[in-house]
Design a protein around this ligand. Structure first.
Ligand code: G6P
Length: 610
């Protein structure tokens, strides 16, 4: 969690650090800070609660100018988001920024206090600064002191350190939290994500687990987990499509919602044959492996978990493969019984979510047949550590509430379902050809759903003064309802719950009154009549219904019932289409409520702590 930037150069590095932090705000944005070894020869810092822009403004009044520095944007784990808890943390000559969690911080804190170190924050990070300062008494060299320090740390960390008495370098350590070195000409950089450094370089070196690095202006030295000096490959990064600009849209989230036809199209490109899915989209060895798969275990977090829940309906119904889906934070700590010939599938936008990564690492010990990552970031840890990969082509997603990443994940999961069914011969005749055709039409259908933008904007007015809502769905629309309710919670701060519509009468019906709008997605399928009965139960209690219904579902507006017609779509693809109006609904409710749509309170885009 949090974002790290570091730099050692011949020029003033403060603007580079600040620009880097702005690009990393997706990692957390509750406070930010910078430490610079100034041209006056002093280690100085500035920290501010709130977003990076607050720090930037403060720097205008109190500039820090120097050629060596580190910076951090924080998402609080230990200690409230306030100035004294913001990084960098100091001890003597040492300044430290840290991503991750130090699990033995309490014991270390007590030890260091007894040695006379005085703590000024509530963070786990401050113990690292004092411990490193203490190690400098025995090790003159900063890198040697860092190596000795990390031996005593339990937990996860990405660390960047500078020291006023050795101002020629940034030193770094990676264990459980990614770090990348940016290579310049006569200057070098460090960050928790290469995005932070795209402004200054396109050449990167990725640190591996357990690596320690000593980064100077004209050299980089790296040691692996065993202390051996190692070379890490320098990679040229070409992206082109990384435009971080909202264009004509008011928020990134709205832009990303509207990008869905294009990114779904991109995710399908090169993966569909005439009447079949091209199984080698999952890698050259996929066909051979898929033939052996008898079970699927999906693990993910947040929105990606909801994508996995939709996939379970597809895998069991279309490909006849038993499938289990679990949130990664539960899976990783549970004693799991692995079915024979199980494929372990992770789903992640970022590929760096700590719980998902840990679950993958555990799974490797558990006897799964192979691992597959469905992921949006090609250079992520998840992709690097999985046997097979399917990259979604959503492009960079900036809004914290995930939208286009979700729909492209669903497309990837449907490709997986059809590939497994094809290779194992378990698809009903004609199904694959039909769905391939429907997938080709999907971008157009999504465009039609997006054309409902202004209709949904009006419906949003029904929610602006409400405190609670219920989302209902049946079958594969139940996870769509869950995703809809998550979106509304995340960005409008309205309490929202999702239920399978059939469960309504077992409890939540007690909550229904005219102050609690009930949102439903109703494609025209065999569950429609059952759903209609559930909706009657709501109306009978005075509940306001907002129903996104297939144009052929025969649902009509009436008192307390607002029906918004959806374009007709093949039932299998309906979870992808029906997600769109729910995304738009949350967006417009949040706009009406005046919340920070792209960076909602307390959340972060990429959660790299447990
Ligand atoms: C955070 C984000 C969510 C995301 C989840 C999983 O909570 O705010 O939008 O769904 O992490 O992230 P991943 O990158 O693994 O999909």
């Amino acid at each position: 969690m949090c974002g790290i930037v570091g730099a050692v150069a011949e020029r003033n590095i403060t603007p580079i650090l600040i620009e880097g932090l702005k690009r990393l705000e997706y990692r957390g944005y509750d406070s930010a800070g910078v430490a610079v070894f100034t041209n006056a020869g002093k280690l100085e810092r500035l920290r501010r609660p709130g977003k990076v822009s607050e720090l930037d403004q403060a720097l205008a009044g109190e500039p820090l100018v120097g050629r060596l520095g580190i910076a951090h944007t924080r998402w609080a784990t230990h200690g409230a988001p306030c100035e004294r808890n913001a990084h960098p943390h100091f001890s003597g000559d040492v300044a430290v920024v840290h991503n991750g969690i130090i699990e033995n911080h309490e014991a270390l804190r007590e030890q260091l206090k007894s040695l006379g170190y005085v703590f000024t924050s509530d963070t786990d990070t401050e113990v690292i600064a004092h411990l490193l300062n203490h190690k400098l008494k025995d090790h003159n060299d900063l890198t040697a002191a860092l190596k000795a320090t990390v031996k005593e740390l339990h937990g996860a960390y990405g660390l960047a350190v500078i020291c006023a008495s050795q101002p020629d370098r940034v030193v770094a350590a990676r264990s459980g939290s990614p770090l990348v070195i940016g290579l310049g000409l006569g200057e070098n950089f460090l960050a928790s994500d290469q995005l932070a450094l795209r402004q200054v370089t396109d050449r990167f070196m990725y640190l591996e687990e357990g690596d320690i690095a000593d980064i100077r202006r004209d050299s980089v030295a790296i040691w692996d987990v065993n202390g051996n000096s190692v070379e890490r490959e320098a990679v040229q990064y070409r992206d082109g499509a990384e435009a971080a600009d909202k264009g004509a849209f008011r928020h990134f989230m709205l832009k990303e919602i509207h990008e869905q036809p294009a990114v779904v199209q991109r995710t399908l490109e090169g993966r569909l044959g005439d009447k079949q899915v091209l199984v080698n989209a999952f890698g050259p060895q996929a066909a051979e492996l898929f033939a052996k798969v008898r079970n699927v275990q999906i693990v993910a977090c947040g929105t990606s978990y909801h994508a996995g829940m939709v996939a379970r309906y597809w895998l069991e119904e279309l490909a006849g493969i038993p499938c289990q889906v679990e949130v990664a934070s539960e899976f990783r700590y549970r004693k799991v019984v692995v079915q024979p010939d199980s494929l372990f599938v992770t789903i992640s936008q970022s590929g760096e979510t700590a719980d998902t990564l840990a679950a993958l690492r555990n799974a490797k010990e558990l006897g799964f047949l192979a691992s597959l990552a469905i992921c949006n970031v090609s250079i992520s840890s998840l992709v690097r550590e999985s046997d097979l990969t399917l990259l979604t082509q959503a492009g960079r997603e900036i809004g914290v509430a995930s939208t286009k990443a979700f729909t492209t994940q669903l497309v990837g999961l449907l490709l997986l379902t059809l590939s497994l069914g094809q290779v194992r011969g378990t698809l009903a005749p004609g199904v694959e050809a039909t769905l391939v055709e429907e997938l080709r039409r999907l971008p157009t259908r999504l465009g039609e759903a997006l054309a409902m933008d202004s209709t949904v904007e009006k419906v949003a007015e029904l929610f602006a003064d409400k405190n609670h809502t219920l989302f209902l769905g049946r079958g594969a629309q139940y996870p769509v309802a869950m995703e809809g309710s998550l979106k509304l919670k995340e960005i409008s701060y309205i309490h929202a719950e999702a239920y399978p519509a059939g469960e309504l009468k077992h409890g939540p019906l007690a909550l229904v009154d005219d102050d609690m709008p009930v949102v439903t997605v109703a494609p025209n399928n065999e569950l429609l009549e059952k759903l209609k009965s559930n909706l009657q139960e709501v109306r009978a209690r005075g509940g306001q219904l907002i129903v996104f219904a297939d144009e052929k579902a025969g649902m009509v507006n009436g008192e307390g019932t607002h029906v918004i017609n959806m374009p007709h779509i093949h039932d299998t693809l309906s979870p992808i289409l029906y997600t769109i109006p729910l995304q738009l609904l949350s967006y417009y409710v949040a706009v009406l409520k005046g919340t920070d749509v792209d960076q909602p309170r307390n959340l972060a885009k990429s959660v790299t702590v447990e």
